[in-house]
Design a protein around this ligand. Structure first.
Ligand SMILES: Cc1cc2nc3c(=O)[nH]c(=O)nc-3n(C[C@H](O)[C@H](O)[C@H](O)COP(=O)(O)OP(=O)(O)OC[C@H]3O[C@@H](n4cnc5c(N)ncnc54)[C@H](O)[C@@H]3O)c2cc1C
Length: 480
């Protein structure tokens, strides 16, 4: 918890909003953070300000609920986010594989929200004493933003354990820049291999390792193997025997976080497609040209994609209340115990899942979306509109898209594979995208991908030195 503003930072007025000091309004005494509170109107007659941190599934869910349910004069709504869009992460493997265009998985905030003010930047600190949050702009300057209600939903970052060489050479898949870079990188390896006369070097360039066989790593390995096999048409000197995709995980099975039948179904597809799956295996060292595994085998390769887990956004540790593995502890109503007016949800919060004896809910979009609606309702209740209710969620199943007509899914407990699962999976994504424009574009992308040949081009937006996980995910902003 921060108690004073670092003087070295430039503190400036936020466009259209007053800064901390002249605008901070103490939270109304005697009000609770949720449920049954009298209508709040801060002293001075101005409207209370609700600040939501994070434009993901959770944060936007809160704001959509508040815009729909709160009277326009009940509160000022402010969103703090480094991007002007919600990233539909579930389709990132398809962005790498080229079946969906990058912009089409970015759902514009301005299309979803009407009266919320978007404050572009990273929230990097929270002052719970005076009620303000520090926001760092792209240009590096810091502003303070006062809040009467604060909703923290900044999601998670790729977890990078202390494995020699991983931070320098591992590639992440958490945002659009990383997805586009990864596709470019794979194509670059194929170009190098195609021009290469040395057999060992050609094989190393054509070997791709994916660490972490959760839904991200499994979808990525399956879809990229398919994509690179198809791309060989354009690389006349390469053969399918040159190509190796290796998926590894410490766990004894793939998709360890999901129902076993999904893992078995996905494993069958991976094997048929020629992905090598190495279980109970981890990475012990990485260099620019090799990856050493826990069984001491060294695999010559220029590519390690690190999909082995996420870590909650570092902002959560700045609040100063209890965390579980970095996730901020909240109660069933998604409010932070002991801090009136503060809520947290999504990947960054430890939300008790009442269907699993109060264990922290999974870090999935499904939970984040539903928590968004629940938190929106409870923030409104804390402002005197409606009644707070605890978060309850019944698992609706999961979908795993393996590319082409291959998928596994268990909607409402029904076990599906092959074309029916692929149909359900894509219908689910279209429904969940939440914007008509994005739905139309993604559907058109799928149609084109299934009827025309792949465009083999590198976009080159992100230079290689900026492709480390730390650079691509802006982790430096939290250490200032
Ligand atoms: C490649 C991939 C595939 C996935 N596939 C699936 C799937 O198929 N099904 C599923 O259920 N889940 C999937 N997930 C997990 C799912 O994306 C997350 O569980 C979900 O996004 C969590 O929602 P959230 O709102 O908490 O975080 P996010 O959706 O990550 O949103 C966090 C938001 O906060 C913003 N932000 C970050 N830092 C700051 C800051 N300091 N200040 C302000 N804003 C900040 C981010 O820009 C982002 O807008 C996948 C994840 C990945 C990476």
């Amino acid at each position: 918890m921060r108690n004073s503003i670092t003087v070295a930072r430039v503190v400036r007025t936020i466009d259209g909003l007053r800064t901390r000091g002249d605008d901070h309004v103490p939270r109304a005494a005697g009000t609770t953070s949720s449920g049954g509170a009298p209508r709040i109107r801060p002293s001075g007659g101005r409207r209370p300000r609700v600040v939501v941190v994070g434009a993901g599934f959770a944060g936007l869910g809160v704001l959509r609920h508040l815009e729909a349910r709160l009277p326009a004069d009940a509160a000022d709504l402010v969103l703090v986010s480094p991007t002007d869009h919600l990233l539909y992460t579930s389709l990132l493997p398809q962005v790498c594989a080229g079946s969906v265009e990058p912009r089409h998985v970015a759902v514009p905030v301005r299309g979803l929200l009407r009266r919320t003010v978007l404050r572009l930047g990273h929230a990097v600190d929270v002052d719970t004493t005076s009620g303000s949050v520090s926001v760092v702009d792209r240009d590096g300057s810091t502003s303070e933003l006062g809040w009467d209600r604060l909703v923290l939903a900044p999601g998670s970052l790729t977890r990078v354990p202390d494995i020699p060489g991983l931070a320098e050479h591992g590639l992440g898949l958490k945002n659009l820049a990383e997805a586009v870079y990864l596709r470019d990188h794979v194509l670059r390896q194929l170009e190098h291999a195609d021009a290469c006369v040395d057999t060992a070097e050609r094989r190393a360039r054509c070997t791709f390792l994916v660490a972490g066989a959760g839904y991200t790593g499994t979808e990525l390995a399956a879809q990229m193997r398919r994509f690179t096999l198809e791309a060989l048409d354009r690389f006349p000197r390469l053969t399918p025997e040159d190509l190796r995709w290796i998926l590894l995980d410490q766990a004894p099975r793939i998709l360890p976080e999901l129902d076993e039948t999904l893992g078995d179904g996905a494993m069958k597809v991976l094997r048929e497609r020629g992905v090598e799956v190495r279980l109970e295996t981890s990475v012990s060292a990485v260099t620019a040209t090799s990856v050493t595994l826990s069984d001491n085998e060294t695999v010559p390769t220029h590519t390690l994609v690190w999909c082995a887990g996420v870590t909650p956004n570092p902002l959560m540790e700045k609040v100063g209340t209890e965390t579980v593995k970095g996730r901020l502890v909240v109660d069933e109503n998604l409010s932070v115990p002991g801090l009136s007016g503060m809520f947290a949800l999504g990947d960054a919060a430890a939300v008790p899942d009442v269907t699993r004896n109060g264990a922290p809910a999974g870090q999935t979009a499904q939970h984040a979306v539903r928590q968004g609606a629940a938190a929106g309702r409870n923030v409104a209740a804390s402002l005197g509109h409606g009644k707070a209710l605890p978060y309850r969620h019944r698992d609706l199943g999961f979908v795993v898209d393996l590319g082409g007509t291959d998928a596994v899914a268990n909607p409402l407990g029904l076990h599906l594979s092959g074309a029916p699962a692929a149909f359900i999976t894509r219908a689910y994504h279209l429904l969940a995208l939440g914007s008509g424009g994005n739905r139309a574009h993604v559907a058109a992308d799928w149609l084109l991908a299934s009827t025309s040949s792949e465009q083999i081009v590198q976009l080159g937006f992100l230079p290689s030195p900026n492709a480390t996980i730390a650079e691509a995910e802006d982790t430096h902003v939290y250490s200032a």
